[in-house]
Ligand binder design. Structure first.
Ligand code: GDP
Ligand code: GDP
Length: 437
């Protein structure tokens, strides 16, 4: 299900990232436990009153080579106008309305997108009095918030979620494997799409994106239906995207949301850079199956060890995703291309795998017998019962005496045992601990 998008826009220092972190707070805590997962987040998911949405902190988007604040704020606003369903326009009660605020207001006003005006840093009691001057920006009732004290956030989310469109219906049947190609510009995503759709494939039809950002191409091989969600085509949409390196992360994120399997395309000639990690991190957090596709393998000078070395480097740099298989290929020469679809089929199966409760409990009991949880301040974790509650990604709940006693390293140990018993290759596992009631 594609989530609607809320974007936060405003000058530097009005408190965008503070509010963003408050809104996605819970998930951030989960993520920060895991080494290697992106920290400078600009895209997260949350829900309000049962309405799920994605949220973008446009302040986190660096406009490359542009230090001029006014220009970058405007570009961030432009990005939000293009990407978001609802815009939260944030201003600062302590500073008042600035020239930059007025310029952004003009842009938002012209865009006709739904806008909620949030006045941050209203930290005191007489809250409404502080916001009167902001009526002049022309977005109706300003909402007084305080990121520092966590005030008014519910009012803000209430106002924003009222303006959200209904979530879109699932667009494809269950048996269709939805594959997103993600990666930095120029790693070869478009070439890989073309290669995958080579002449021997039945292309069902070309559907111009149900979301306006991606081109979906359904095709079928040996009775298995796929749809490729390709984001490359939208690159030509405007200058702002070209100049925004982080934009590719955001574009990837939107494709990932709709997919089952993410192909994280890496340029084999260049190796891995930081941005690859961010992109991969989003697939991981979104709970999608993932495959590392090392492209341009034709152009790499290699001996019998090269593949092993590259794999080792991927394992070292993507510590949080050791479950994702690595495929080396060339979209250009089609070298090893035939290896890819079987791996896609496999990880997609694993992503949807459901393990019967009794088997899962057998594995956990054995694991605990072999290596009991260490004690913590004299207390020992006891796991009463384990059950898988969801697929895509497989999600497992451990009912325990005290969830605080489930430490990261022990959870990792259990995860490894579960993987050793049931495979789950290519898919993240979510393991939660709940107090036995
Ligand atoms: P951004 O640049 O818009 O993302 O702003 P930040 O979230 O980084 O916040 C800028 C500064 O404002 C930081 O020093 C925050 O601690 C501070 N700040 C954020 N929210 C509030 C608030 O509600 N009240 C006050 N007094 N300060 C705040
Ligand atoms: P995208 O931006 O990720 O969609 O990348 P493109 O598919 O547009 O490819 C970027 C450049 O890399 C183009 O010049 C391609 O011809 C080249 N390229 C793509 N795949 C391969 C490959 O497997 N081998 C080599 N040598 N070049 C490739």
């Amino acid at each position: 299900m594609a989530r609607p998008v809320i974007a936060i826009v405003g000058r530097p220092n009005v408190g965008k990232s503070t509010i963003f972190n408050r809104i996605i707070g819970d998930r951030l805590a989960i993520v920060e436990d895991k080494p290697g997962v992106t920290r400078d987040r600009l895209y997260g998911t949350a829900e309000w009153n049962g309405k799920p949405f994605s949220i973008i902190d446009t302040g986190g988007i660096e406009i490359d080579g542009d230090d001029e604040i006014m220009r970058s704020v405007k570009m961030q606003a432009e990005l939000a106008i293009a990407e978001a369903d609802v815009i939260v326009f944030m201003v600062d009660a302590k500073v008042g309305i600035t020239h930059a605020d007025e310029e952004v207001a003009q842009m938002l006003y012209r865009s006709k997108k739904p806008v909620v005006l949030a006045v941050n840093k209203v930290d005191n009691e007489n809250r409404q009095e502080e916001v009167y001057e902001f009526y002049s920006l022309g977005f109706g009732d300003p909402i007084a918030i305080s990121g520092a004290h966590g005030l008014g956030i519910g009012d803000l989310l209430e106002a924003a979620s009222m303006l959200l469109p209904e979530p879109k219906e699932e667009e494809y049947e269950d048996d269709v494997i939805k594959v997103a190609l993600i990666g930095r510009p120029n790693v070869g995503k478009s070439s890989l799409v073309n290669a995958l759709l080579g002449e021997d494939r039945v292309i069902v039809s070309n559907i111009a994106g149900t979301t306006r950002d991606a081109i979906d191409t359904p095709f079928e091989v040996d009775g298995q239906k796929y749809v490729l969600i390709d984001t490359a085509g939208m690159r030509k949409r405007g200058k702002v995207y070209e100049s925004t390196e982080k934009y590719s992360v955001m574009r990837a994120m939107k494709a990932i949301e709709r997919a089952d399997v993410a192909l994280i395309v890496i340029n084999g000639e260049e190796g891995i850079i930081e941005q690859d990690k961010h992109i991969a991190g989003y697939a991981h957090e979104a709970g999608k199956a993932s495959i590392f596709v090392v492209n341009k393998w034709d152009a790499v000078e290699k001996d019998e060890k090269t593949m092993l070395h590259f794999t080792t480097s991927i394992r070292e740099q993507f510590l949080f995703m050791t479950y994702a298989p690595v495929v080396f290929l060339s979209a250009k020469t089609k070298l090893r291309l035939h290896k890819l679809l079987p791996v896609i089929n496999h990880v997609s199966e694993q992503h949807a795998l459901r393990i019967p409760t009794h088997l899962l409990n057998d594995v956990i009991s054995d694991a605990v017998a072999m290596n009991p949880a260490p004690t913590d301040k004299g207390k020992r974790l006891r796991i009463n019962y384990v059950t898988q509650v969801a697929t895509k990604p497989p999600t497992i709940i451990c009912f325990v005496n005290d969830p605080e006693l489930m430490h990261f390293s022990y959870e990792r140990y259990l995860e490894n045992k579960i993987r050793a018993a049931f495979d789950f290759e290519g898919t993240p596992l979510r393991i939660y601990s709940r107090k036995k009631s």
